[in-house]
Design a protein around this ligand. Sequence first.
Ligand SMILES: NC(=O)c1ccc[n+]([C@@H]2O[C@H](COP(=O)([O-])OP(=O)(O)OC[C@H]3O[C@@H](n4cnc5c(N)ncnc54)[C@H](OP(=O)(O)O)[C@@H]3O)[C@@H](O)[C@H]2O)c1
Length: 329
Amino acid sequence: MTKSKAVRIRQHGGPEQMAIDEVEVGEPGAGEIRIRHRAVGLNFIDVYHRTGLYQLPMPAALGMEGAGVVEAVGPGVTHLKPGDRAAYASQPPGSYCELRVMPAKTVCKLPDAIDFDTGAAMMLKGLTAQYLLKRTLPQGGLKEGDFVLFHAAAGGVGLIACQWARAMGLQLIGTAGSDAKCQLAREHGAAHVINYAKEDFLARVKDITGGRGVKVVYDSVGKDTWDKSLDCLQPFGLMASFGNASGPVPPFAPGILGPKGSIYMTRQTLFTHIATREATQEMADDLFRAVTGGQVKIRIDQRYPLAQVQQAHRDLEARKTTGCTILTL
Ligand SMILES: NC(=O)c1ccc[n+]([C@@H]2O[C@H](COP(=O)([O-])OP(=O)(O)OC[C@H]3O[C@@H](n4cnc5c(N)ncnc54)[C@H](OP(=O)(O)O)[C@@H]3O)[C@@H](O)[C@H]2O)c1
C-alpha cells in the first residue's frame, strides 16, 4: 500500500466541502492500472459533482481528467505497461490526487510530443470538442462554410472547439460573457463572436447568417441560453445540449420543436462516446493529431497547486477562467 493525497467531499455543497485526505492506494485489479499523476485537469463537471447537481455516493473523490506515468497494470490490460506516459478522461471521479488505481479502458498513451500539463488539460475537453464537431451532427452532416453556434466559446471546451471548427472550415459563431473573452475566441478561430452579457445573441445570429440561422447549436450553458438557442436554428437544425453551467434546462414539451422548424434535439455526454477502449483510442488519436499537427493549441490559462483546489473551483464558477485549468502536483 502507498499513500496519496486525494481531494474528497463528505457531502455535496460549496468549494469549502473539498478537503485533502490521505488515502491508501493498492494494486490494480483486472482491467485497472495504477497511475502517478504529473498534472490533473479541472472541468465544469467537477462543480456539478461537488454541488450535487450530479449526485455521488459519499465520501466522494472528485476529478475526471489527468496525465502521468503508469506504475502498474492489472490482469488483462494490454495497451499500457509500467513506465508509459499516459493521459485520460475517465469515470469514476477521482483524478484530484497524486496516485490512483483506475479503469484502464479510457487511459491512452500520451504522444512524446505532448507534455503532461497539456495532456492533463486536453483529454476531457478535447475529446468533447471532438465528438461534438465530428459526431454530433445535423442531418446531412456539416460542410465547409456552414454556420454553427457555440456558447461559452472562450472556456476550456470552447477554445478547443473554436480552433477545430476553423480547421474544418466551419463558421463558428462563439458567444462569451465579456469583450475580452470574445476577443480570445476570435483569436482562436471563431468566425464571429457575440458578447451575450450585453448583446441579444438571437438577433446577432440572425444578422450574421442573413436571417437563415445556424445548422447546430452546441449549448453547455443550459438554463440561460436554452430558449433563444432553439430560435437560432435553421429548419431541421440540431440543438445539441451538453452542459448546465447556468443551471439545468427546465422540462419542456417536445411539441415546441415542430413549429420552430422540426428541430432535432439531443443531450450528449462524453461518456457514451468513450464507452469502449476502441472508440476512446480512435477519438484520442484524432485529438492527438490535431494537437501535434498544430491545428489545435491547448491553452492553459490557470494553474493551481492541488492544495488550492477550493480557489480553482471558485474561479471556474465565477466565470473568471478562460481556456483550460490544471491542478499541479
Ligand atoms: N456533456 C459532455 O460530454 C461535456 C463534456 C465536457 C464539458 N461539458 C460542459 O461544457 C461546458 C464547458 O466545460 P469547461 O470545463 O470547458 O468549462 P468552461 O467553459 O471553461 O467554463 C464554463 C463557462 O460557462 C460560461 N457560463 C455561462 N453561464 C454561466 C454561469 N451562470 N456560471 C458559470 N459559468 C457560466 C462561462 O463563460 P462566459 O463567462 O463566457 O459565459 C464559463 O467560463 C460545461 O457546461 C461542461 O459541463 C460537457
